[in-house]
Design a protein around this ligand. Structure first.
Ligand code: NAD
Length: 476
């Protein structure tokens, strides 16, 4: 298990020698102590990234060769899948089957962008006058990729795969709770043949390493996934260097069940929408809007199934609900649950839990009779807590769906396709799932409206964030 900084294709401790503990949230045990990077380490990594970016080796590397390196990394990740998934479960607490889904997507994302590397062409433009005018795509430069703890490797891949495909060296700053799989990825990149400085990992604090990258004049672009609060500060910090930024922020996504839905599928989708990833999912369907005509049936089935989702050992193949990421996160989720108990009706869960007498687990929790204005309805909880809100008819459904500062994702359950499309158009969110929830693909763009941020990860469109368009005029 790697636990040092990865700078310029070499492993080194922090310049101060400082380290911080990484805790297994399911057992409360210390897994390892990871290097805590200092401002000097940030300088070293940025210098190495710039040297790589400006080197003949990088500048003259064929785009197709860059693509091959990404595909090689995808293959190596697949080969080492078991080890990587164990690490992901160890530091995050998610069930092993989820780590497998996430790491497989990370591998597929590398493969997808490996295919794009040699397809980033410009266009010829019919201007007035005797000119040949065309555009070419160039990498924006050195990128800082700052990622949260909920999908540590996968969300990092959403940054490093398109950045490298576009020709941008990237420095990954993982969350302090979950640094181990980014470090495993560094080893994979080196073994794949990635030149020194192209892919680096700095573990350490948000205010030192994260903010250090954001403020550094040698970093051209920051791609951030995390909370709305940190995202706002990051935007301010990025202003002085006019840094390009992409912000993937929080959410409080509506999942809307209409009376004419296939109720069995909708209930399954609602549970998957909130309890997959222990609810620590930016796109979690944490506000379940249920049309009053089917309210009782839906809530009864939800509560019965949630009661069977007992938190368990994340390494057991039967476990569907793992440990939340940390004690701090457990305390935060429990404080929301206490607020909910005062305002709404608890129909499932509502307590902390332990497995073998240890761990930061929270029961699958459902509140009924929730309404806007309640803390559990308005704020992102980021845990396994669902709020059920009743409504009557399409107009009220749309109004409630949009009654949030966020706009990341949404779900619609109905068998009336015209109605579904009309609502999909009216919802202000970056993703709308119709009769499904929580599906992702490297080719499908993902990102937010409103306080959920701007810019997109994934798909062809994400490459826009890592390239400049240069216009060339030739007098004929
Ligand atoms: P966070 O904002 O606390 O931290 C995210 C990252 O930013 C971490 O690596 C952290 O160390 C770093 N950071 C902290 N302070 C910083 C600063 N001042 N400057 C630069 N970097 C700093 O978020 P978290 O608690 O790790 O993750 C949960 C949040 O992430 C939730 O709000 C969730 O909705 C959001 N999220 C969004 C998406 C999305 O795609 N929109 C996906 C996953 C998670």
């Amino acid at each position: 298990m790697k636990n040092d900084l990865f700078i310029n294709n070499e492993w080194s401790p922090a310049s101060s020698g400082d380290r911080f503990e990484v805790i297994n949230p399911a057992t409360e045990e210390v897994i390892t102590e990871v290097a805590s990077a200092t401002p000097d380490d940030v300088e070293r990594a940025v210098a190495a990234a710039r040297a790589c970016f400006e080197s003949d080796e990088w500048q003259n590397m064929d785009a197709r060769q860059r693509g091959k390196l990404l595909v090689k990394a995808a293959d190596l990740l697949k080969e080492r899948m078991n080890d990587v998934c164990e690490l992901e479960t160890l530091h995050n607490g998610k069930p092993l089957f989820e780590s497998r889904i996430d790491a497989s997507m990370a591998s597929e994302t590398l493969r997808y962008y490996g295919g794009w590397a040699d397809k980033l062409g410009g266009e010829t433009i019919p201007v007035n006058g005797p000119f040949l005018t065309f555009t070419q795509r160039e990498p924006v430069g050195v990128v800082g990729g700052i990622v949260p703890w909920n999908f540590p490797l996968n969300l990092a891949a959403w940054k490093f795969a398109p950045a490298l495909a576009a020709g941008c060296p990237i420095i990954i700053k993982p969350a302090s709770e979950t640094p181990l799989t980014a470090l495993a990825m560094a080893e994979i990149m080196k073994d794949a043949g990635m030149p020194a400085g192209a892919f680096q990992v700095l573990t350490g604090g948000g205010s030192t390493v994260g903010a250090g990258l954001v403020k550094h004049p040698g970093v051209d672009k920051i791609s951030f996934t995390g909370s709305t609060e940190v995202g706002k500060g990051l935007m301010r910090d990025a202003a002085d260097t006019l840094k390009r930024i992409t912000l993937e922020l929080g959410g409080k996504s509506p999942n809307i069940i209409f009376g004419d839905a296939d109720i069995k599928s909708a209930v399954r989708g609602a549970l998957n929408g909130i309890f997959y990833g222990k609810g620590e999912v930016c796109a979690a369907g944490s506000r379940l809007l249920v049309e009053r005509s089917v309210h009782d049936q839906v809530v009864e089935e939800l509560a019965a199934r949630a009661a069977r989702m007992v938190p368990g050992d994340p390494f057991s193949k039967d476990t569907r609900l793992g440990a939340v990421v940390s004690k701090k996160q457990q305390e935060s989720v429990l404080s929301y649950i206490e607020a909910g108990k005062k305002e709404a009706e608890l129909v499932a869960g509502g307590n902390a839990a332990q497995v073998n007498g240890k761990g930061y687990f929270v029961e699958a929790t459902i509140f009924d009779q929730a309404t806007p204005g309640m803390k559990i309805v308005d704020e992102e909880i980021f845990g396994p807590v669902l709020s059920v809100i009743s409504f009557d008819g399409v107009e009220e459904g749309i109004e409630l769906a949009n009654k949030t500062q966020y706009g990341l994702a949404s779900g619609i359950w109905t068998q009336d396709i015209k109605k579904a499309f009309r609502i999909a158009k009216a919802i202000k969110a970056g993703t709308v799932w119709i009769n499904t929830y929580n599906f992702y693909d490297p080719a499908a763009p993902f990102g937010g409206y409103k306080a959920s941020g701007f810019g997109r990860d994934l798909g062809r469109v994400a490459l826009e964030g890592y390239t400049e368009h240069k216009t060339v005029w030739v007098s004929l």
